[in-house]
Design a protein around this ligand. Structure first.
Ligand code: FAD
Ligand code: DHB
Length: 397
């Protein structure tokens, strides 16, 4: 069997890449180890940068995003018993973010790919990539029907997330890895209750960080900082709501947190990880396969989409005999990756309570927060990073 681009992983990176390639007349085969239902239900990110929204619109997959996405012009930063608004529109000359769940982005992309008859194989096992330094790299997998396939490709895209097989197929001595684990994790819930806020609240509290996000006007998404090795069994719903109410509460303000049935809950570790370069021969890594950020800056999904927006034209040129963009792919992406890695680290360390931090560190954190909400320059820096810094990191379709 032959295809132009073999793609491993039907997360946002792999699905969007296969669609962007199709728009350029390039065919691909996409393989995914999970079922379609699992991919469409996996609860993850929820905030799209300005540029990600534009990319999905230009790619013709934004009908539901445009009708159901919620445009937000800012966030709230809360600390020391006060809630402050950071006005993105005003600070950045009109830029915003859009609340639209990763589950919905994935559903839209899967529907679009399947409607156009694309080769998308769910429930595969035994994925292998081989002959990566040749002009004909090979993708092997066993389909849901038990039949083993071997596909000869012009290039392979490793979009298989942090635990995938593609990064591991690159000789370890060729990779430079930079990583940091944080001494806390996030407990996240999805709740069938209208949000108690019009825009996201990021709260720094003595008990730890809390975030009030949302998925729609009727569904809330909330997070609590917990111990890194915390067990979900220690957190019955009542304890979660009580802790959220404490950390998000504003005594004396009359603001209350609405409670409702918990639809989903889970614990996510916090890690920064960058593996470079993002290319080995004719294997190109994109998204979480190459880099992970802690979720506090809402960057993971946006970075995955930014990578494939660079990769699609690079593969197009490579397949037509011009390797310049493919040769620049890794450096182009890593520029943005490191900006987002820094921003996510900065938001994370500013907002979480560091276990065993001394009073000095606690005061430094508060000083940083006070500076962000009182200096236009500092607030603008947060706003431009959060909405998607575009300077030299601009993406093109
Ligand atoms: P993924 O979405 O991980 O997709 C990779 C796909 O590859 C998966 O479907 C996987 O099943 C498949 N795969 C893996 N191995 C193989 C194989 N061998 N063969 C075939 N298929 C394979 N970001 C935020 O901005 N905000 C958040 O709140 C947030 N929460 C998160 C919570 C969790 C639990 C996780 C894991 C991530 C979270 N992220 C969040 C990050 C964000 O969701 C990711 O950055 C984003 O999913 C990256 O997309 P991707 O396509 O690169 O990888
Ligand atoms: C969400 C997650 C984030 O990490 C974040 O910073 C904002 C929102 C969310 O899941 O809605």
């Amino acid at each position: 069997m032959r295809t132009q681009v073999g793609i491993v992983g039907a997360g946002p990176a792999g699905l969007l890449l296969s669609h962007l390639l199709a728009l350029r007349g390039i065919d691909s085969v996409l393989v995914e180890m999970r079922s379609r239902a699992y991919c469409e239900a996996r609860q993850r990110a929820g905030v799209l940068e300005d540029g990600s929204v534009r990319l999905l619109r230009e790619a013709g997959v934004a009908d539901r995003l445009d009708s159901q996405g919620l445009e937000h012009g800012g966030i709230y930063l809360q600390f020391a018993g006060e809630r402050h608004h950071i006005d993105f529109r005003e600070l950045t000359g009109g830029r915003t973010v859009t609340v639209y769940a990763q589950t919905e982005v994935v559903k839209d992309l899967i529907a679009k790919r399947l409607a156009s008859g694309a080769a998308v194989h769910f429930d595969v096992t035994g994925t292998e990539v081989d002959e990566l330094t040749s002009d004909r790299p090979v993708l092997r997998f066993t389909g849901a029907d038990g039949v083993r396939h071997e596909i000869s490709c012009d290039a392979i895209a490793g979009c298989d997330g942090f635990h995938g097989i593609c990064r591991a197929a690159i000789p370890a001595e060729l990779l430079t890895i930079r990583e940091r684990d944080y001494p806390y994790a996030w407990l996240g819930i999805l709740a069938d209750v209208p949000p108690s806020t019009d825009e996201l609240i990021y709260a720094h509290h003595h008990n730890g960080f809390a975030l009030h996000s949302l998925r729609s006007l009727t569904v809330s998404r909330l997070y609590l900082q917990v111990e890194p090795d915390e067990q979900i069994g220690n957190w019955p719903d009542d304890r979660i709501w009580a802790e959220l109410a404490t950390r998000l509460g504003l005594p004396g303000s009359g603001w209350t947190l609405r409670r409702g049935p918990v639809l989903d809950k889970g614990i996510t570790p916090m890690r920064s990880f960058v593996s470079a370069p993002m290319r080995y021969g004719r294997l190109f890594l994109a998204g979480d396969a190459a880099h992970i950020v802690p979720p506090t800056g809402a960057k993971g999904l946006n970075l995955a989409m930014a990578d494939v927006a660079v990769l699609a034209p690079a593969l197009d040129s490579l397949l037509h005999g011009d390797p310049a963009l493919a040769d620049a792919y890794s450096d182009t992406c890593l520029n943005r990756v490191w900006r987002s890695t820094h921003f996510s680290w900065w938001m994370t360390t500013m907002l979480h309570r560091t276990p065993e931090a001394d009073e000095m560190e606690a005061e430094l954190q508060l000083s940083q927060l006070r500076y962000v909400v009182s200096s236009r320059a500092a607030a603008t820096s947060l706003a431009e990073n959060y909405t998607g810094y575009s300077g030299p990191y601009r993406r093109t379709l």
